[in-house]
Design a protein around this ligand. Structure first.
Ligand code: HEC
Ligand code: HEC
Ligand code: HEC
Ligand code: HEC
Ligand code: HEC
Ligand code: HEC
Ligand code: HEC
Ligand code: HEC
Length: 456
């Protein structure tokens, strides 16, 4: 039944599209008028002239009702204004593993960073050197065992890999394996060997800079229990100012230099990518950060001072250097506190349990492994990420509060149960001495506080 419906639909489409193609060659649906047919958004210029190859794609896809909106989205783009048509992006060499013949042209569905690089070489080189390009290389990680084994492969295909990127497989004649495609994961492994997906941020076919600059754009991936950067931004004064003054952000401007084209608020792109008076735009999103907050114990990056200088250049458009130094003092203190008080002791305890044979080598089959994962991968990251971007609720209630509860009430007792005495050397440190009892003065202060405030 479904097969039959498909057959009929296909025949209908094919007859319409072929008819259109013939009409186009006969000049019935003028190829001249197709792009600049009065509907396009070219800014007053004469109608753009695309290549002959692209004109065929446009005529058939627009009039043949094969996703015609693709054509109108493209018509509104800078690409259309600069005569970069369908064929210029989708063309492929016959030897490409994902190439196929399509109405006389050799094309591929995927337009990889390598393809964009024919015209945007500098951007592609920056992106290629970034952690984003490496986002698909997660096979060896604990998270991957979680996704592909503990949960299951379909979950990883529609979950992990839609953010990180799949290895897109070709099943023949240009068709892509549907378990690996559609996919715009940031570190997608493309059939041509290149890494990443520009459409992760530059949704096609408008390739709108306005869309790319929005915090929501980064928020597709940077959110949730293990890296809530989007939620943190929304909580921060920066996110508040962005929403209040969005009409002053000049988001659709060609040039978008902080302090020149806008000044109301910073977005994710402002701080991590975009140009300011002293800094060029970069597609390597790691060049302005000094810490890596993702591992169990946070680490400073190579040349962290140089990277931090760059970020400070951004801040100093809107804040004094003293204010910014104060922020970094508070942020660094949080990271040191997390590392020394919780991360290192918990990591050391896990190591001892493993060495003593109290945890087997299989991850996620024992309770303490989940407890530990929650501690560093979820709560510990939230505490650190909150402090890095001015989100106090994520530092405190979604962060350190959860860390403390997990550490004192679950992790340490579970470890003690598995190997009595294993926690002693850590619990006796100054950080954790409080568990041996508050002083009478401190208890009295707390009693008085509630007495005075609530009469209880
Ligand atoms: C005569 C009509 C016609 C012309 C010309 C044409 N297409 Fe298509 N195109 C179609 C139809 C019909 C489909 C959907 C069926 C299919 O997969 O073949 C399609 C599908 C596609 C797909 C998606 C394939 C998939 O499996 O998802 C891409 C990409 C594409 N076309 C790009 C182009 C480009 C680029 C050009 C110009 C070089 C072009 N088309 C020219 C009719 C046409
Ligand atoms: C600036 C480069 C660029 C131009 C110009 C361009 N495309 Fe695409 N197209 C892409 C990218 C990128 C994708 C998504 C695939 C990917 O992520 O690699 C895509 C995907 C597609 C798809 C398959 C996806 C879907 O949603 O079904 C079709 C069909 C398609 N393009 C047709 C066209 C047509 C028709 C034109 C001309 C009107 C065109 N493209 C112009 C870059 C381009
Ligand atoms: C054939 C050359 C060519 C290819 C291939 C190409 N572009 Fe472009 N692109 C241009 C030109 C020309 C412009 C307009 C001038 C400029 O801004 O540099 C442009 C502009 C852009 C802009 C700025 C848009 C704006 O409105 O200011 C983005 C974003 C962009 N391209 C992304 C891409 C991506 C992503 C790909 C691959 C999927 C791609 N381009 C492939 C030539 C190309
Ligand atoms: C909603 C999008 C999203 C999903 C779904 C997702 N991740 Fe991530 N993942 C991210 C982002 C964003 C980061 C980086 C966070 C940061 O820098 O703070 C990340 C970080 C990681 C890291 C750390 C990389 C490093 O360099 O330290 C690994 C490993 C990882 N993810 C694997 C996975 C696996 C496996 C799954 C599925 C079980 C998964 N992720 C699901 C977005 C996602
Ligand atoms: C992490 C999101 C992200 C990814 C991935 C990304 N871009 Fe961009 N890109 C942006 C943002 C945001 C801007 C606008 C920055 C601005 O104007 O300050 C931009 C701007 C651009 C511009 C306009 C540059 C200019 O000088 O005006 C081009 C061209 C471009 N990107 C191409 C690409 C290509 C090609 C890729 C793939 C290799 C890519 N981008 C991947 C976010 C991204
Ligand atoms: C006001 C500037 C600013 C804004 C706005 C901003 N960030 Fe950040 N971001 C920072 C600073 C500062 C750090 C920590 C830098 C360091 O390590 O020295 C950081 C760190 C990060 C990290 C690294 C986390 C890790 O695990 O190591 C990611 C990812 C990130 N930001 C993503 C985002 C996203 C996504 C948004 C928007 C939703 C955003 N940022 C908005 C300034 C900003
Ligand atoms: C499609 C998903 C996706 C989108 C969209 C995305 N990111 Fe990421 N981002 C990731 C993943 C995954 C990682 C971790 C990569 C790794 O370490 O393997 C990451 C890492 C980062 C890092 C840490 C880089 C480093 O060198 O350690 C920063 C900063 C960042 N992203 C900022 C941004 C900003 C800003 C945007 C929006 C302009 C954005 N991202 C959009 C998935 C995404
Ligand atoms: C485009 C201007 C702009 C940039 C760039 C910017 N900020 Fe801000 N920042 C603001 C505004 C506006 C506020 C809100 C001021 C207020 O409420 O009085 C703010 C508030 C703050 C606050 C106070 C937070 C609070 O909850 O009271 C801190 C801390 C801060 N910024 C640090 C930074 C740091 C660090 C950077 C660089 C990583 C940075 N800002 C980049 C505009 C900016």
């Amino acid at each position: 039944m479904i097969g039959l419906m498909r057959g009929t639909l296909w025949k209908r489409l094919r007859s319409v599209t072929i008819l259109c193609a013939i009409m186009a060659t006969m000049g019935v649906v003028g190829s001249e008028g197709a792009v600049g047919d009065g509907k396009d958004e070219t800014k007053g210029a004469s109608p753009p002239r695309v290549s002959e190859e692209s004109q065929k794609c446009i005529d058939c896809h627009r009039d043949g009702e094969v996703a015609p909106v693709i054509v109108s989205q493209w018509q509104q783009s800078a690409h259309a204004r600069n005569n970069v048509g369908c064929y210029e992006c989708h063309k492929a060499a016959k030897s490409d593993s994902d190439a196929f013949d399509h109405y006389g042209a050799t094309i591929s569905i995927i337009v990889s960073p390598k393809d964009c690089g024919a015209c945007h070489a500098k951007v592609v080189a920056e992106f290629d050197g970034s952690h984003h390009a490496k986002g698909g290389q997660i096979l060896g990680s604990l998270d991957n065992v979680l996704g592909e084994v503990v949960e299951g492969v379909p979950a990883a295909n529609a979950g992990c890999k839609q953010c990180h990127g799949s290895e897109v497989k070709v099943i023949g004649n240009g068709k892509l394996d549907p378990t690996t495609w559609p996919n715009t994961g940031i570190g997608r492994l493309n059939p041509d060997g290149s890494k990443g997906s520009c459409s992760a941020c530059h949704s096609r076919h408008a390739f709108s800079p306005m869309l790319a600059r929005q915090p929501e754009n980064c928020g597709k991936c940077h959110l949730g229990p293990d890296h809530p950067q989007y939620e943190i931004y929304n909580e921060s004064k920066h996110g508040i100012a962005f929403r209040a003054f969005i009409h002053k952000m000049n988001l659709s401007s060609d040039s978008w230099v902080l302090g020149v084209d806008y000044d109301a608020a910073p977005t994710c792109a402002t701080c991590h990518m975009s140009a300011t008076k002293g800094l060029p735009l970069t597609h390597d999103i790691g060049t302005r950060i000094s810490w890596n907050l993702r591992p169990e114990v946070s680490i400073k990056l190579a040349d962290w001072e140089g990277r931090r200088d760059k970020m400070e250049t951004v801040c100093q458009n809107c804040h004094t250097s003293e204010y910014v130094d104060g922020f970094y003092k508070q942020f660094d203190d949080v990271i040191e506190l997390y590392n020394e008080k919780f991360a290192k002791p918990a990591q050391a305890v896990m190591k001892k349990l493993r060495e003593a044979g109290k945890i087997n080598p299989t991850p996620f089959d024992e309770e303490i492994e989940w407890t530990y994962f929650f501690l560093w991968h979820h709560e510990g990251r939230r505490a650190r990420h909150g402090a890095s971007m001015m989100g106090p609720d994520y530092t405190q209630w979604h962060g350190f509060y959860e860390v403390a509860h997990r550490f004192y009430i679950e992790f340490m007792p579970q470890a003690e149960h598995l190997l009595p005495g294993v926690t002693a050397e850590y619990m006796n440190s100054d950080f954790h001495k409080w568990t041996q009892g508050l002083s009478p003065e401190e208890r009295e202060r707390i009693r008085k506080f509630y007495q005075e405030r609530y009469g209880q």
